[in-house]
Write a protein that binds this ligand. Structure first.
Ligand code: GLA
Ligand code: ZN
Length: 673
């Protein structure tokens, strides 16, 4: 069994990406002194260092990395060592220009940035294996080594390559997946538009075509590209496992749906020893802490509920959004500790020392351009002390109240072209339902549609266009056995090949929902509908309506106007011991709040109506105890009722009855008993 926690780390992880090759070695001395001052325990090094480590083919220069690792070790800082395979050196591309990826339009990217990789390219694979082997052989037994950091953020900036090597590799993948060309024709429905293939050799990647291409081909290409990146990860991981046993291997995910859409993290979560994640606030005016909580919950879920590690976030602003506001005082700690509340075993940043040169010099860092006499540095030092005070939570697990079904394959399929409405966006629904659950103060686990759901009183399906028959049966069994299910429109429509399930919509869900959908009738831009409930109260929907035909389900809300006026809009179906809700329009936040209120009641979940909006309360539990994290994202002081007395770990104070939670503050209470 490979190790699942950074080797030799006895406290929570605190630190960041450390890129000292950008600085003279004299600065390194100051770096380690400041790391000690801030309580840094772990840094990631070497992620982009291939050109320095192998300046010429087969010629290695490890001297600087030897000195660096020794220096870090002498100063008690553990090392997460990168394999630099996300940026091969310029000499490599001179020799192998074919390793540069090609877009669907046939444009070959150039060297000069990072992540320009065709993952099918044999020369790239061989070179990546060589540098990984060299590093593993040299550093496997270095006392500073805590973890291996393979590559960087698979899936971005290039999500798929469309070159000829990839075409050949795709055909091999099809042969393994389907066996015969007939099976591919059947799966992709190539009878439509005369796309039938007589031989697998005739198949190419879904390159730019005159109009919409075959959806089955496009969906499989996403799967292929994801699987190909994973092959390369596994290739490096296996070298590291072989040469460096006992040291966990990870690669940094970007689970936030707004930051990476090309990687099936359910599959990746099974391949890494420890799930690690990068998270950056999208500062577009939305409640950034809700998006953060969602990414953290999704990360924990792809880790199967096990502890994970936040490998990158920012101390303040980033520099790659249109507008990059600085974090407000206290926001960094709220962000870092919100990740910890949701299962992270620490908090690391991009990056340690802010660069003077290069593309990311305006991205914040732990040591800003302004040095240590800055608010950011003072808050970094304070955070280090906070994390130190929380050491005992290591290994505990976050407790969730509800599950939300999520599947990257369904998202990919949903995003293909020519759908009933381009305004329907699966991610938007996932975000909206998540926010509604957050506002009910419920902690969310995400689950794959075929996963065991029996532990959850409530399961929410925000938008799951693609559902296998097995997934349909899974949620049906869940409801029969007493679960409460909430399904939003345009779910359960197609199978794994993007083929519509046989019979009336929604094929995978019509039994559990007790209804059929005769027709979709999306709304025009700006159009909305009113739906009225049993007590006459009205809610608003937009984007989508449907002609719902209840079979065993009872109508609860009815369309008051719009194309489907007079017909059911929201239904409830009692099946076996449980209940299944269906909502056929896009409810706004208020509507989702009301709907989820009904479902929460059906599920018998005790609400937290006493907690104000934007006060986050999450629990971690384990052998060392139960820890209540309370995070106040508001500008008012509040009180949080405690179910037991306890000790607050950041202030050391006793907490009894009601916990005082000042504006903007975080408190962590070890509950007694
Ligand atoms: C990503 C990368 C880092 C850095 C940060 C900040 O997460 O992994 O190398 O570029 O973004 O922009
Ligand atoms: Zn390629």
């Amino acid at each position: 069994m490979p190790e699942t926690a950074p080797k030799g780390l006895t406290r929570l992880a605190f630190g960041g990406d450390y890129n000292p090759e950008q600085w003279p070695e004299s600065v390194w001395q100051e770096d380690v002194r400041l790391m000690r001052e801030a309580g840094v325990t772990l840094v990631s090094v070497g992620i982009f260092s291939w050109a320095l480590l192998e300046p010429e083919p087969g010629v290695y220069d490890f001297g600087w990395l030897d000195r660096l690792l020794d220096l870090l070790h002498d100063n008690g800082v553990r090392v997460d060592l990168g394999t630099p395979t996300v940026v091969p050196p310029a000499w490599f591309y001179r020799a192998h220009p074919d390793a540069l990826p090609v877009t669907a339009d046939g444009v070959r990217y150039a060297f000069g940035s990072r992540g320009a990789i065709c993952h099918s390219n044999a020369d790239y694979r061989a070179a990546a294996a060589r540098i990984t082997t060299e590093l593993a052989e040299r550093y496997a037994s270095h006392p500073a080594l805590a973890m291996w950091h393979v590559h960087n953020e698979y899936g971005v900036p290039v999500s798929a390559c469309y070159c000829d090597s990839c075409a050949a590799h795709f055909r091999r993948w099809l042969r393994t997946t389907y066996g015969t060309v007939e099976a591919v024709n059947e799966a992709w429905g190539t009878a439509f538009w005369g796309q039938r293939y007589a031989d697998l050799e005739q198949i190419t990647p879904p390159r730019t075509a005159p109009t919409v291409g075959n959806p089955g081909q496009a969906l499989d290409y996403k799967r292929f590209a994801d699987a190909t990146m994973r092959e390369n990860f596994v290739m490096e991981r296996d070298i590291l496992h072989r040469l460096s046993p006992g040291v966990p291997v990870t690669t940094n995910f970007m689970t936030a749906l707004s930051q990476c859409d090309s990687v099936d993290y359910w599959a990746w979560g099974r391949e890494v020893d420890l799930v690690t994640n990068d998270h950056y606030l999208i500062t577009d005016g939305r409640r950034t802490h809700v998006n953060l909580a969602m990414a953290a919950d999704l990360t924990r879920s792809v880790a199967g509920g096990a502890p994970w590690l936040l490998l990158e976030h920012s101390t303040s602003g980033v520099n790659w959004q249109p507008r990059n506001p600085a974090k407000t005082p206290g926001q960094m700690a709220r962000n870092s500790l919100a990740h910890v509340a949701r299962g992270s075993e620490g908090a690391l940043f991009f990056q340690w020392r802010q660069s003077r040169r290069g593309a990311e010099k305006f991205h914040s860092a732990m040591v800003p351009h302004g040095g240590t006499d800055t608010r950011v540095w003072r808050e970094v030092v304070e955070l280090g002390a906070s994390l130190d005070a929380l050491s005992e939570i290591r290994g505990t697990r976050t407790r969730a109240d509800v599950a939300v079904l999520w599947d990257w394959h369904s998202w990919w399929a949903q995003n293909l072209q020519w759908r009933p409405s381009e305004d329907h966006d699966a991610r938007e629904r996932a975000d909206a339902f998540y926010a509604a659950l957050y506002d009910h103060h419920l902690t969310v686990d995400f689950a794959h549609p075929e996963a065991d759901l029996s532990a959850y009183p409530l399961v929410v399906v925000p938008a799951l266009y693609l559902m296998t028959e097995a997934a349909g049966r899974n949620v049906e069994r869940y409801v029969e056995n007493g679960g409460t299910l909430v399904v939003s429109y345009f779910s359960g429509i197609v199978d794994e090949h993007d083929a519509v399930h046989e019979g009336a919509h929604p094929g995978a869900l019509r039994n559990v929902l007790g209804l059929t959908v005769e027709e979709f009738s999306p709304l025009l831009q700006g159009q909305s509908v009113r739906i009225t409930g049993p007590d006459g109260s009205a809610l608003t929907g937009d984007v989508w309506t449907e002609f719902v035909v209840p079979r065993d389900a009872e109508p609860v809300w009815t369309y008051a106007d719009g194309p489907t006026a007079g017909r059911p809009a929201v239904t409830r179906h009692r099946l076996g011991e449980g209940t299944a809700w269906y909502v056929s329009t896009r409810l706004d936040a208020q509507g989702l709040d009301v709907l989820l209120g009904c479902a929460v009641e059906d599920a018998g979940i005790a609400g937290r109506a006493d907690l104000p909006r934007d006060v986050e309360v999450v629990r971690r539990t384990g052998e060392s105890g139960t820890y209540l994290f309370a995070i106040n994202h508001t500008a008012s002081d509040v009180k949080v009722a405690l179910e037991a007395d306890g000790t607050e770990l950041l202030t050391g104070e006793r907490a009894a009855g009601r916990l005082a939670l000042p504006a903007g503050a975080v408190r962590v209470v070890r509950l007694h008993g």
